[in-house]
Design a protein around this ligand. Structure first.
Ligand code: FAD
Ligand code: NAD
Length: 467
């Protein structure tokens, strides 16, 4: 087939942070590019129903909580907040509108064609979108992920009784009792939103601790902090069924290891037990592709699949389901298609839970690091940090895990009001192969929360100043 018969050099399937970024980068590199997505607006899960709207609700509810729980009074501001939930939702919708329109603008600016519709493969180098077939020299699958369903607990976002994350962002009133199934990132972020606005929140988690995958100290302290805020946890517990009766749901719970069942009534149930890759409807078989046991598309380090010319990035491939991971893969993949060397260092992907305080980490947990080598650990409490103390934010700590022999930093974990911002420094240091000594002897501005990172690094060799 001749080069001329291709409609595009690159056709991206999916316009989430992986796909839209890949499309823009490919166009910037001079490749004729299209991006297919059937949503009404660009930006995928992240901009439409994920990162952005959840942060809009977290930010607004944080102010409400500060006014309601006495945090403002501590600083001499006496206020009695009154919730205007429609206005809070309106600013969320506005944020989404502005940012998704921004991607449409960037597509136009970079001459990326938006093919409005869902794509299905018709061959190794062709897809059909909205009844039209397109041939492309390279096809990038960036179809993202959707909510993992829980058998017996059927989500119906319209009824607003059993909802998923999309439904939980849009509740028309504050639930009396919200039960969150799954003590992961979504459960804790959206559970926090409604707890702050007045709901009683119970979190049912299958495992013996919340936030699997994070450092054990972080998981334990996060549990303590959320409990103090009023979230009730039922750990080592599974939900086996739900019955909706009018405006309420009755859940059946059992110990994870099996045992006597109990029931729990809720006004709203949030199902947040994970997400699974989107590959249904892609007709992967027509392209000669298959998924692995977890439903993901496997790729090589350069994001190529086993079929030449077909690439995959983001939530649909293995690795953490995070927007910044998808974006970095999008850039690297487009660069590889253009003949450059696009690389993503999957060992240094920060992750952040945007609760109060924030929880962040990058690299290995202490448990993972100990399996690989002997380690030295430095820990510094936020209560010893002058800025956090002045701001009435005593909770949390920074923990740095370094190789005992080389002192190279293997992982950094923190709980702090601005942990999500602080972790960028740790990621950059690790990307540069820093030792804990490098961080300890880097001058940090005073008074900042980031000084706690310096002190934790000093604590690796047992020499912090402020504890
Ligand atoms: P997606 O963003 O899922 O985009 C995929 C797109 O592909 C979708 O628009 C879909 O319509 C489209 N599509 C699917 N099939 C087809 C098809 N056949 N043809 C055409 N188009 C198709 N991550 C963070 O890093 N930080 C956060 O704060 C954060 N908060 C989150 C909060 C919530 C409530 C949720 C649900 C997720 C959150 N995430 C967060 C995760 C983040 O949204 C995802 O990791 C990220 O969106 C993945 O990007 P992606 O491009 O791979 O896929
Ligand atoms: P998750 O994997 O973070 O947490 C799911 C939790 O549910 C786990 O703790 C798991 O043990 C538990 N669980 C699983 N089955 C269960 C059951 N039957 N009963 C009780 N508990 C059960 O998943 P999530 O919170 O749904 O989030 C999905 C993805 O979205 C995550 O991978 C996350 O990376 C991404 N996300 C990221 C952010 C962020 O970066 N701030 C925010 C939201 C979502």
């Amino acid at each position: 087939m001749s080069e001329q018969s291709y409609d595009y050099d690159v056709l991206v399937i999916g316009a989430g942070p992986g796909g839209y970024v890949a499309a823009i980068r490919a166009a910037q590199l001079g490749l004729k590019t299209a991006c297919a997505d059937g949503r009404e607006t660009l930006g995928g899960t992240c901009l439409n129903v994920g990162c952005i709207p959840s942060k809009a609700m977290l930010h607004a509810s944080e102010y409400f909580d500060a006014a309601a729980n006495g945090a403002m009074a501590k600083m001499g501001i006496d206020v009695t907040p009154k919730l205007n939930l429609p206005a809070m939702h309106a600013q969320r919708v506005d944020a989404v509108k502005g940012l998704t329109a921004g991607i449409e603008f960037l597509f136009k600016k970079n001459k990326v064609d938006w093919l409005k519709g869902y794509a299905a493969f018709t061959g190794k180098d062709s897809v059909e979108v909205a009844g039209k077939t397109y041939r492309a020299k390279n096809i990038i699958i960036a179809t993202g992920s959707s909510v993992t369903p829980l058998p017996g607990v059927e989500v119906d976002n319209d009824k607003q009784v059993i909802v998923d994350s999309t439904g939980a962002l849009e509740l028309a009133k504050v639930p009396g009792h919200m039960v969150v199934i799954g003590g992961g990132v979504i459960g804790l972020e959206l559970g926090s939103v409604w707890r702050r606005l007045g709901a009683k929140v119970t979190c049912v988690e299958f495992l013996d601790q919340i936030l699997p995958g994070m450092d054990a100290d972080v998981r334990k302290d996060a549990n303590r902090i959320f409990k103090k805020q009023g979230i009730e946890f039922k750990l080592k517990t599974k939900v086996t069924g739900a019955v909706v009766k009018g405006k309420k749901a009755v859940l059946t719970l059992e110990p994870a290891a099996g045992g006597e069942a109990e029931t729990l009534e809720a006004d709203v149930v949030l199902v947040s037990i994970g997400r699974r890759p989107n590959t249904d409807g892609l007709a992967l078989d027509k392209a000669g592709l298959a998924v692995n046991a977890r439903g993901q598309i496997e790729t090589d380090h350069d994001f190529s699949t086993q079929v030449p010319g077909i690439w995959a990035i983001g939530d649909v491939i293995p690795g953490p389901m995070l927007a910044h991971k998808a974006e970095d893969e999008g850039i690297a993949c487009a660069e590889n298609i253009a003949g450059q060397t696009g690389i993503v260092n999957h060992d240094v992907i920060p992750s952040v839970v945007y609760t109060w305080p924030e929880i962040a980490g990058v690299g290995l947990t202490e448990e993972q690091a100990k399996e690989k080598s002997e380690v030295k650990v430095g820990k510094f409490p936020m209560a010893g940090n002058s800025r956090a103390k002045t701001n009435h934010e005593p909770d949390g700590f920074v923990k740095i895990i370094a190789d005992a022999k080389t002192d190279r930093v293997l992982g950094v974990w923190c709980i702090a009001s601005v942990a999500g911002t602080m972790i960028a420094q740790a990621a950059q240091a690790m990307e540069f192969g820093a030792t804990s000594e490098d961080i300890a002897y880097t001058c940090h501005a005073h008074p900042t929360h980031s000084e706690a990172i310096k002190e934790a690094a000093m604590a690796v060799t047992g020499k912090p100043i402020h504890v």
